[in-house]
Design a binder for this molecule. Structure first.
Ligand code: SF4
Length: 230
């Protein structure tokens, strides 16, 4: 079986060097993530552009904004804009009251488990979101897995993914943790390459195996089903 380092080389040769296309600052990511619903890069980017233009994204701007104006701006990102406007106000209020208006400064000095717990108290942030913030915010080189495509690495290595999302995420995370050096740049590179591959080629349904650069190394392509299940 090809080493993960070699798989990543193949993905990079195929997709090119990847950069995050979202704000990597932890506070700004929390805002960006609520700019679209259902959350996707495209929906969040549209809502973000509209919110930034019409209202602004700093805690002060969000707290001062008229909720109806915020909801109108967030409509560009998809459904339930009123609810998302309310959640954004909650985020801004917490950042001001609990973190002195600067989330990064406010988190400094805390242990990683405490930072993770604090992040998970924000709306729509579970472990995958917290992992993404920890890694791309430069806080800790955790083994983050792209939340919309944890199946990519699992398919390549093990075959058909399980139905349980948490199981798939943890399997992918374990592989990254054991094979990608625990450095911010290395883990971010792995995350971005698996993400782009899941978005463009190894889609959740109907993966384009016929045009995949790692098909020759892929257990799923080789017919491995693991019996489906769980
Ligand atoms: S061969 Fe198919 S299942 Fe395997 S990584 Fe490529 S697209 Fe995904």
């Amino acid at each position: 079986m090809e080493q993960l380092a070699e798989l990543l080389e193949s993905l990079e040769a195929f997709h090119g060097v990847q950069q995050p296309n979202w704000p990597t600052d932890p506070y700004l990511f929390l805002v960006w993530w609520l700019c679209g619903y259902p959350a996707s890069d495209a929906a969040c980017a549209k809502g973000w552009a509209s919110l930034e233009r019409e209202v602004g994204v700093t805690p002060e701007r969000l707290l001062a904004a008229n909720p109806r104006k915020m909801a109108a701006a967030l409509k560009a990102g998809g459904m339930v804009p009123e609810l998302r406007a309310m959640r954004l106000k909650e985020i801004a209020e917490r950042v001001v009251k609990e973190f002195g208006g600067d989330l990064v400064e406010g988190l400094k000095g805390l242990s990683i488990p405490k930072i993770r717990a604090a992040l998970k108290k924000f709306p729509n942030i579970a472990d995958p979101g917290a992992d993404r913030i920890l890694l791309f915010g430069g806080i800790s080189p955790v083994a983050a897995v792209p939340s919309n495509c944890p199946h990519v690495l699992v398919r390549i290595r093990l075959g058909l993914e399980r139905e349980n999302y948490g199981v798939v995420y943890r399997e992918a995370q374990g592989m990254i943790a054991s094979e990608v050096p625990a450095r911010l740049d290395a883990r971010a590179r792995a995350y971005l390459l698996l993400k782009v591959h899941g978005q463009r080629v190894c889609k959740r349904t109907n993966p384009k195996c016929g045009e995949c650069p790692v098909a020759g190394e892929c257990a799923y392509f080789g017919g491995k089903t693991r019996g489906g299940g769980i």
